[in-house]
Design a protein around this ligand. Structure first.
Ligand SMILES: Nc1ncnc2c1ncn2[C@@H]1O[C@H](COP(=O)(O)OP(=O)(O)O)[C@@H](O)[C@H]1O
Ligand SMILES: [Mg+2]
Length: 252
């Protein structure tokens, strides 16, 4: 099962992503946990060792590997080099989890970052279309790492949304981007829901049937975030509704 998670900054993408990753491991399923948000915090929310996270090089910065694989360079361009070794060497392993950082898609001025971007694309293709493991992609609202090609591998896109006007507005734009990429299943996940009004507000703005679930506001989650503690280490740590969402999207 390949899941992408998007939404506005602060909406709870990494919180939801980390909990989904733990759902995979509790079901004894291997999973790639991919931090594809430039404002990266998935590793910390997952409770991985901060020093190791810091040391892990984002894929986009692997100049040596990108050159060695001859991405977009030279006369003999290999359009589809094997990147399985990258998934071995540049991921942080913890049990069934393999964590990796994508780094930002590079754009700008006259410079061409074709090599870097085609490398990221190859790694995403491998994870989303070739490999058996599950994938949880923690993405920014721009979902710019995805292309028509790689989006074919995304089975479900979850758009995390807080009950605010700004949150809804961003969620709608992510929904449009994901639909343009022809992702079949796009669901909203309401987060930090405090009462029935919050729920009703979101349903009135985004239609009830578009929601995979609603997650309550949790003091415990906030307290853990303040202390910098891992969000999920045991079954009891799951936010209400999260396991249901996992079951729904994976059909388990
Ligand atoms: N259901 C929730 N209840 C309480 N706090 C939450 C909840 N979901 C997320 N948070 C808190 O909101 C903040 C932003 O969440 P985070 O997952 O890092 O967002 P994002 O990755 O979308 O930027 C964090 O401090 C997190 O602990
Ligand atoms: Mg985040």
């Amino acid at each position: 099962m390949k899941i992408a998670v998007s939404g506005k900054g602060g909406a709870g993408k990494s919180t939801v992503s980390a909990q989904l990753v733990r759902c995979f491991t509790l079901n004894e399923l291997p999973v790639f946990a991919v931090d594809a948000d430039p404002d990266a915090n998935l590793g910390l929310v997952l409770g991985l060792d901060p020093e190791k996270i810091e040391k892990l090089r984002p894929l986009v910065e692997l100049q040596d590997v990108i050159e060695a694989k001859n991405f977009g360079g030279g006369t003999l361009v290999d359009l589809n080099p094997d990147v399985d070794d990258v998934l071995e060497d540049y991921t942080l392993r913890e049990g069934l989890i393999r964590f990796l950082k994508m780094g930002s898609i590079k754009q700008g001025g006259s410079a061409c970052y074709c090599k870097e971007n085609s490398f990221l694309n190859a790694v995403l293709t491998a994870m989303l279309l070739d490999r058996e493991e599950g994938v949880v992609l923690d993405m920014s609202a721009g979902i710019e790492h995805l292309t028509r090609g790689t989006a074919r591998g995304v089975e479900v896109m979850l758009v995390v949304v807080e009950p605010t006007r700004a949150g809804v507005s961003t969620a709608k734009s992510v929904d449009r981007l994901a639909a343009d990429l022809k992702i079949n299943q796009i669901y909203f996940v309401g987060n930090k829901i405090r009462n029935d009004q919050d729920r009703a507000y979101l349903e009135s703005q985004l239609l009830p049937e578009r929601f995979a679930g609603m997650i309550p506001f949790s003091e415990q989650v906030l307290e853990k975030a303040r202390r910098g503690e891992a969000l999920v280490s045991k079954q009891e740590d799951f936010l209400p509704g999260l396991e249901k969402i996992f079951e729904m999207v994976t059909g388990r």
